[in-house]
Ligand binder design. Sequence first.
Ligand SMILES: Cc1cc2nc3c(=O)[nH]c(=O)nc-3n(C[C@H](O)[C@H](O)[C@H](O)COP(=O)(O)O)c2cc1C
Ligand SMILES: CCCCCCC(=O)C(=O)O
Length: 359
Amino acid sequence: MLLPPLSAIPPWVVSLDDYEGLAKERVEAGVWAYLCGASGDEATLAENREAFGRIKLSPRIFRDLSSASTALTLFGREYAHPIFIAPTAFHRMFHPEGELATVLGASAMESCLTVSTSASTGIEDIVSQATVPPWFQLYIQPDRGFTAELVKRVEAAGCGALVVTADAPLSGLRNREQRAMFRVPAGIEAVNLRGMKAVPPSDRVFGSELLASVPVWKDLEWLRSLTGLPVILKGVIDPEDAVIAADEGVSGIVVSNHGGRTLDTVPAAIEVLPRIADRLEGALPLLMDGGIRRGTDILKALALGASAVMVGRPVIHGLAAAGATGVAHVLKILRTELEIAIALTGRATLKEVDRSVIW
Ligand SMILES: Cc1cc2nc3c(=O)[nH]c(=O)nc-3n(C[C@H](O)[C@H](O)[C@H](O)COP(=O)(O)O)c2cc1C
Ligand SMILES: CCCCCCC(=O)C(=O)O
């Protein structure tokens, strides 16, 4: 028997891990497997966390923290802090108010929500509830005409950036989800894709119609020609791809392995982040996601070259546990942990966070 969402947060809920337990009691088993699972043996999923544990921080003492701030400017906009929400599909599977609850929680904490292509709420309705303009995550669809219309629609709705996901032209085989026989529940759908001509499902991988239409670099150039929004490429792990992306003129990169959900045995995003930062030498802002569960994880990412981070599963744990309040509280916990971590490493602003923060 599933529990209803909480109407108040119990006082013992103090960390993101506490939210995971609360969420599990409120989400149907197949949907839970979809949320938690990753591809293959889930080696990359585990590595995303373990790699953070191997990195140690260096505390500093007796520093002036009177002007401390987490503010930053990214793509010409000011943000109160560097904690962004990663795109995740179908929020109505986790709470009846879906993305509308997520965006309210994000707004309460001055956080930017990246809305998935597979969102279960119309983009205009989400943007209308936001105080920070949401970003829109785009999967370039086999139907390029529909894709172009969608880009125009999200720009007109008032989104602040287009996040093009590059690492999932095919879904990874997520065995946990397969074993649980996950299906998107009836009545929930990717409403922003309504009316699109779908590619017929196929048992084959090679030779399928889907494979014939996977996006290539020149699609990115085409996309950039369609929009005035910053185009951010999500799902870059190999530093060579980061260099190509910079040459292609993207505005930013999200260093990400999709939370371990695409190719298994890929290194942790936090491990490759400094290599990409070294190759690009500050040419573009970098964001990263994968395994962020603590403010100290965020500080490590900032120290190793990220301007901001994205958080995936824990935001959904907050949503499932307590709707907008849960989302806001997850973000609040992370922000408080981040501020304490920055202060205890003797830094007052994000500009002062560099590799010397790492032990
Ligand atoms: C349930 C779920 C759905 C996701 N849906 C999308 C999506 O629609 N588009 C996308 O680019 N990434 C998607 N992702 C990947 C996330 O954006 C992000 O890269 C990943 O969750 C980060 O790792 P974390 O969950 O450890 O924070 C999804 C991840 C999860 C867990
Ligand atoms: C069942 C459709 C899934 C849409 C894609 C969402 C995604 O990227 C994910 O990782 O899941």
